[in-house]
Design a protein around this ligand. Structure first.
Ligand code: MCA
Length: 513
């Protein structure tokens, strides 16, 4: 039996392929009228793109790297790579040349698909690295990928794939500063999508069906797998937003039933004057993840919308692991991430007798390892095969998990992971900088904001704003410190390790206003 994930998704398409699969919601002031894609469009277009990819005679595990703006065509490209049996490697569209150079060097893709505006520098970088094919894909249905695919047949039988064959590589930054490619298989993704479909009560058409508001980026697990697979595997329509806009999303809530977001999005909905219980009357489920949801946000949202947000927990390496209960009679407890999904084994291994310990997991959606990093992979699994998440947590007697912190140096800002070591590496290369420490401090909108404490070389003056401006030209904006504090030394413990907890404490009120 063909375990290609596309087969399972295609089997869930509605019988009437002429129905709308995706409706692009226009954001106020945006040009053009909303666009509609039918299920037949998804199937035909992904077949044409798959046939284009297959015409290139690529090796079976060839990687297709996508660095594009969010669009339905980018989603169709993902489906095409699945059905062509190749490996999809999505990258944050905010990444710049130095970051792309690393990813292309590490993933060694056979194909790169990029936004037309980046073709100049990115194609040079790609061809120099030995990439054979570079196509462009705009967010306005422009680009060479679509032009070339248009010449190919609109039917294609998904290439035979086994459960353990890699379907996608999701880069998740490493605490040592260099990203690691988490290899997720067709089986990993399908197992998780099937469990969530049941657990979150996705409704069949004859029970009213569902409409998902999709306002997340497509280059992470949350938007690409948890949200898109949820709708696709249920044959449900998506109301599609190229980027989150609280007012525009609120205006469409009355037509929808499910929304997934990071806590920042919930904070912004609460700040939107038109957002209220009436707008949410048709909704049945609001899900939050990717970053901790403040209990205060949970409470305010409940009061304002009449809905208790369902918080869940997952990782790029494991897809979803735990969820607060869906059933109304079971309590969703703010500040907790609920219970292990069916099929997921989860344990907390306390260190030194404390109740808090390292969260370790096993299960069908735990990844196949890090791309070309066997040692790192081995380090991140216990001898008895449990994956070490790097998160610290506490299980109560009922098995409900509360995440308490992280054993790794990580900042989650607006739902994006930022690893201080990577940012420190770039800061320390700036002229006049002796060393730096990057920390996360509380931020009302982003949850945590990236902040740097920087030590200039003796006798050298360094301008903080100039450092930020330079960093913005080198790395993705979300990683760039929102603020840089100059100091003459960094606090260190007896082992000489920078005391980041102390710095976080000292600067925790930086964005308090
Ligand atoms: C944008 N900026 C940010 C962030 N996003 N700064 C810090 N953190 C961020 N997350 C900066 C930009 O660099 C820019 O800076 C300015 O904000 C405006 O950029 P814009 O793109 O307009 O920002 P936005 O539209 O306000 O975006 C904020 C956002 C976005 C909507 C919260 O970050 C977002 O969609 N986050 C979701 C991320 C996500 O999907 N996470 C899932 C990964 P300047 O103006 O200075 O140039 S985690 C995951 O998948 C796991 C497995 C899980 O469990 O879900």
């Amino acid at each position: 039996m063909n375990q290609n994930l596309y087969c399972a998704l295609r089997a869930a398409f509605p019988a009437d392929l002429a129905r709308t699969a995706v409706e692009c919601a226009a954001i106020e002031g945006a040009a053009g009228t909303p666009l509609f894609y039918t299920w037949r469009d998804l199937d035909r277009s992904s077949a044409m793109m798959a046939n284009l990819l297959l015409s290139l005679d690529l090796p079976t595990d060839a990687r297709v790297l996508a660095h594009t703006d969010k669009s339905v065509e980018a989603l169709i490209l993902y489906l095409a790579v699945l059905r062509a049996g190749l490996v999809y490697v999505p990258l944050n569209s905010a990444y710049q040349a130095s970051e792309l150079a690393y990813f292309i060097g590490n993933a060694e893709p056979a194909v790169v698909v990029c936004a037309p505006r980046n073709f100049g520098w990115l194609s040079k970088l790609a061809f120099r690295a030995g990439v054979q094919h570079v196509y462009t894909l705009g967010d306005d249905r422009s680009g060479s990928l679509l032009q070339r695919a248009a010449h190919h047949a609109d039917t294609q039988t998904p290439v035979q794939r086994a459960v353990s064959d890699v379907a996608s590589i999701i880069y998740t930054s490493g605490t040592t500063g260099r990203s690691k490619g988490a290899m997720l298989s067709h089986g990993n993704l399908l197992a998780n999508a099937q469990v969530l479909k049941t657990l979150w009560g996705w409704r069949p058409e004859d029970e009213g069906g569902d409409v998902l508001i999709h306002a997340l980026p497509l280059f992470h697990v949350h938007g690409l797998f948890v949200a898109s697979h949820g709708a696709l595997l249920n044959g449900s329509k998506m109301l599609w937003f190229a980027k989150f806009d609280a007012r525009a999303v609120t205006a469409r809530l009355p037509e929808a039933t499910v929304f997934m977001g990071v806590p920042t999005l919930y904070g912004r909905l609460l700040a939107e004057p038109s957002f209220n219980a009436q707008a949410c009357q048709n909704m049945r489920l609001f899900i939050s993840g990717s970053a901790p949801l403040l209990a205060e946000t949970f409470r305010q949202f409940s009061e304002c919308s009449g809905h208790a947000i369902l918080e869940r927990y997952g990782m790029s390496e494991t897809v979803m692991l735990t969820s607060n209960p869906y059933a109304p009679e079971q309590e969703r407890v703010a500040g907790t991430v609920g219970f292990a999904l069916p099929g997921v084994d989860l344990r907390v291994t306390p260190a030194g007798g404390a109740h808090i310990g390292a969260v370790e997991v096993r299960g069908p959606s735990v990844f196949q390892g890090y791309w070309r990093m066997p040692e790192q992979t081995a380090q991140d699994f216990t001898a008895d095969g449990w994956f070490k998440t790097g998160d610290l947590g506490q299980l109560d007697v009922s098995g409900r998990l509360t995440l308490i912190g992280r054993s790794k140096d990580l900042i989650i800002t607006g739902g994006y992971n930022v690893y201080p070591a990577e940012v420190e590496g770039y800061l320390n290369e700036l002229p006049g900088v002796d060393e730096s420490a990057v920390i996360g401090v509380p931020h009302a909108d982003l949850g945590e904001a990236v902040v740097a404490v920087l030590v200039p070389r003796a006798g050298v003056s360094v301008d903080a704003l100039a450092c930020i401006a330079t960093m913005k030209q080198r790395i993705a904006g979300f990683k760039v410190p929102k603020h840089i504090i100059m100091t003459d030394h960094l606090p260190r413990n007896a082992m000489g390790k920078v005391q980041k907890a102390l710095l976080r404490q000292q600067h925790r009120a930086l964005f308090a206003h």
